[in-house]
Design a binder for this molecule. Structure first.
Ligand code: NAD
Ligand code: DAU
Length: 346
């Protein structure tokens, strides 16, 4: 039997692939290799004679029904962990079409195939963003969804569609909603790796608005351990929050990065805010904790290790930070730097 890990060439998916391989499982990866997919993330597995025996890579779209069914037959799939997604909020604000195709329609195709092939387990990797801004307290799994950007709305669509397949067809679905991940191999479009790599290049760090938005950071290894735990101990038809318990203001995280790299705080530039920017994400994780799991990695330690990795793996991110990425970066940031709407307060 094989676990199908979609989006396994991306940031979190590749860490989860490694975890499953290390446990001796057979893994098939289906990944479209969009701008965010990177086979370098799986290089150690592909090049290792033993690990590569447990691993098969399929380049393709989760929305391609014929191809998905072909993999089910070929690999005798019994479990899916669906990480495949368009994942960057800023890109969804620029253009949402791919988000609808992958994060909603793609999930539909996987669910339909799973129904036809009587799958044992379907883990839908959702996100804390589906709840929207946490004005006070922390969201429980039973709280209403109130997504506020095209990315989170499309993820909410996938999340609820998966749930509907449990209620309607008793497809054994579990939905996880994690907070912001950080760690090695994260694409440099995201906040932490963008700030680390810009600082390493002595470039400005574009901090949106006043920088007093709050994110709850979870290390990617903790997130993967949480999903693994839920796969084994969670109940079908249930939703589980996976938070890091590390709420931080963005500006404080930026300061930690600069201080660790011994770079001046003056590299931070407050720029025009993200449209519809969620002010705070916060999760109540008591449901998962009562089952017996909690994250282990302290933010300051995990961040320091992450910074160390980016400092020592400049080939990895410099290969990404050119071509398509620089085109995107210029479109996303040139007017923001020019059009600052916040006082420089630090
Ligand atoms: P990522 O962008 O690094 O990776 C996404 C992967 O999916 C890439 O390898 C990409 O090539 C692949 N992909 C995209 N469209 C595809 C398609 N149509 N068919 C097949 N493959 C496709 O994303 P990530 O940060 O690793 O996030 C993984 C999952 O976790 C996503 O579902 C995301 O919504 C969710 N999530 C992310 C975070 C976070 O902080 N990064 C937090 C909570 C949940
Ligand atoms: O909360 C989970 C979500 O976390 C995941 O579902 C998403 O896939 C993932 O991308 C992430 O979304 P965010 O929008 O929170 O992450 P991002 O790294 O884009 O931004 C983190 C915070 O930093 C957010 O408040 C916006 C801010 N930011 C981001 C960028 C890219 C900046 O201030 N400047 C920037 O240049």
């Amino acid at each position: 039997m094989t676990i199908l890990i979609t989006g396994g060439a991306g940031f979190i998916g590749s860490h989860f692939v490694r975890r499953m391989i290390n446990q001796g499982k057979r893994v098939a990866v289906l990944d479209k290799l969009t701008y965010a997919g990177n086979l370098e993330n799986l290089k150690d597995i592909i090049e290792d004679p033993k690990m590569s025996q447990q691993f098969k890579f399929y380049k393709g779209d989760i929305g391609n029904q014929e191809f998905v069914e072909h993999i089910f037959v070929e690999e005798n799939i019994d479990t899916i962990a669906n990480f495949a997604a368009e994942s960057h909020v800023d890109r969804s604000i620029r253009s949402a079409s791919n988000f609808i195709d992958t994060d909603m329609k793609g999930v539909f195709v996987l669910l339909e195939a799973s129904r036809r092939f009587s799958l044992k387990k379907f883990i839908q990797i959702s996100t804390d963003e589906v709840y929207g801004t946490a004005h006070q307290g922390a969201f429980k799994e039973t709280d209403a969804l109130n997504p506020s950007n095209p990315y989170s709305a499309s993820k909410a669509g996938g999340d609820r569609l998966a749930y509907a397949y449990w209620v309607t067809y008793k497809l054994p679905i579990i939905i996880t909603r994690a907070s912001n991940n950080y760690g090695t191999n994260q694409h440099p479009e995201k906040f932490i790796p963008l700030f680390i790599t810009n600082a390493l290049e002595d470039k400005k760090l574009p901090l949106y608005g006043d920088g007093r938005q709050i994110r709850d950071w979870i290390h990617v290894e903790d997130h993967c351990a949480g999903i693994d735990f839920i796969m084994n101990h969670g109940q079908d038809g249930e939703v589980y929050n996976i938070g890091g318990g590390n709420e931080r203001y963005n500006i404080d995280t930026a300061h930690l990065i600069l201080d660790e790299l011994k770079k001046p705080r003056s590299l931070i530039e407050h720029v025009k805010d993200r449209e519809g920017h969620d002010r705070r994400y916060a999760l109540d994780c008591s449901k998962l904790m009562l089952l017996g799991w909690k994250p282990r990695i302290k933010f300051e330690n995990g961040l320091s290790d992450t910074i160390h990795w980016y400092r020592n793996n400049q080939v990895w991110w410099k290969r990404i930070k050119n071509g398509e990425f620089m085109e995107y970066y210029n479109k996303q940031y040139s007017h923001r730097f020019a059009d600052t709407d916040v006082q420089q307060t630090h």
